[in-house]
Design a binder for this molecule. Structure first.
Ligand SMILES: C[S@@+](CC[C@H](N)C(=O)[O-])C[C@H]1O[C@@H](n2cnc3c(N)ncnc32)[C@H](O)[C@@H]1O
Length: 250
C-alpha cells in the first residue's frame, strides 16, 4: 500500500472534500483573481478549518488539472486513500461481516464512467471497487472530479489479474455475478443479500471471456425498450441499488 497525496480539482470536488473529509485535505489552491463566489466560499471554508490556502496563476492551475479537466479555479491536495491490491481482499471481506458488496469493473476505459461508478458504489455503501491495473482507466483527476469525492473515500483495489482475483473472492465465500444485458436470468430474481461481487463489462467489448468464466452466475437488467445496452455506470448503479434494496427489505 502506498500513501501519498493527489490533486482533487473542480469546485464540487473540492467543496465535497472539505465538507466530508477535511482531515485529508492538505491544502487548497484558488486561482488568483477568481471572481467566482463559490471559489470564495471554498477559500473561507478552508481557512475556517485551518487548511492552508494558496492563490496560484491560471497556468499553474491548468498544469495541476492536466489536459481536458476543467478546474473551475479550485483544487485541493488530498491525502489520497491508500491504494489497495489483491492482498487486501481478505481484510475487506472479513470486515463486511457476510454482507460484502464489491463492484468489479472489467476494463472500463472512460474516466467519466469510472468516476460515476465510484460515486454510485460509495453511495450504495459498497465495500470496494476492483479494477485491473492494465488496459483500464485508473483513478486520475477527471475520475476524482466526476466521482464528486467518492474516489478518495471508497477503497479502490487494483489487481494484476482480474480472473485470479475473482477466484480469490470465491474462496472467501463471495458470490460473483456478471452483469450482462444478454443474460437470460434477471438480476431481480437473484439473491444479492450475502457477500457478492457485481462484475461489469467495458464500454465496447463487455465482459472478457475469462472474466465471464469466473462468474457464479450471469444476470441481466431487463430493458423493456429497444436500446441495445445501458451505459456501464448506469447499469452499475442499477445493480448496486438492487443489492441495497434487497438488503434494506430483508
Ligand atoms: C455498454 S455495455 C457493453 C456493451 C457491449 N457491446 C456488450 O456486448 O456487452 C457495458 C456494460 O454495462 C453493463 N450493461 C449494460 N446494459 C446492461 C443490461 N441491460 N443488463 C446488464 N448489464 C448491462 C454490462 O456489464 C456491460 O458489459
Amino acid at each position: 500500500m502506498s500513501k501519498d497525496s493527489q490533486w482533487v480539482v473542480g469546485l464540487n470536488a473540492v467543496a465535497a472534500a472539505l465538507e466530508h473529509d477535511a482531515a485529508h485535505v492538505l491544502e487548497v489552491l484558488i486561482e488568483a483573481g477568481s471572481q467566482n463566489p463559490r471559489a470564495t466560499d471554498i477559500e473561507q471554508q478552508a481557512r475556517r478549518l485551518g487548511i492552508d490556502v494558496r492563490k496560484v496563476s491560471k497556468q499553474a492551475m491548468e498544469g495541476i488539472a492536466g489536459g481536458g479537466t476543467r478546474h473551475q479555479g479550485a483544487a485541493a491536495r488530498y491525502a489520497a486513500a491508500p491504494t489497495l491490491d489483491e492482498n487486501d481482499l481478505q481484510d475487506i471481506v472479513d470486515r463486511a461481516d457476510g454482507k460484502a458488496l464489491i463492484l468489479v469493473l472489467d476494463g472500463v476505459q472512460d474516466p467519466h464512467n469510472l468516476g460515476a461508478c465510484l460515486r454510485s458504489a460509495y453511495a450504495a455503501g459498497a465495500h470496494a471497487v476492483m479494477i485491473p491495473k492494465d488496459k483500464a482507466v485508473q483513478v486520475n483527476a477527471t475520475v476524482r472530479k466526476t466521482s464528486a469525492g467518492a474516489a478518495d473515500r471508497i477503497p479502490v483495489v487494483r489487481v494484476t489479474n482480474l480472473a485470479r482475483a475473482l477466484k480469490d473472492l470465491q474462496q472467501l465465500n463471495v458470490w460473483i455475478y456478471g452483469i450482462d444485458g444478454e443474460a437470460t436470468s434477471r438480476i431481480y430474481d437473484t439473491d444479492l443479500k450475502g457477500n457478492v461481487a457485481l462484475v461489469m463489462g467495458s464500454e465496447g467489448e463487455g465482459m472478457r471471456r475469462l472474466t465471464r468464466e469466473h462468474c457464479d452466475g450471469i444476470v441481466a437488467i431487463p430493458m423493456p425498450g429497444q436500446m441495445e445496452s445501458l451505459n456501464v455506470s448506469v447499469a452499475a448503479g442499477i445493480a448496486l441499488f438492487e443489492a441495497v434494496r434487497q438488503r434494506v427489505c430483508a
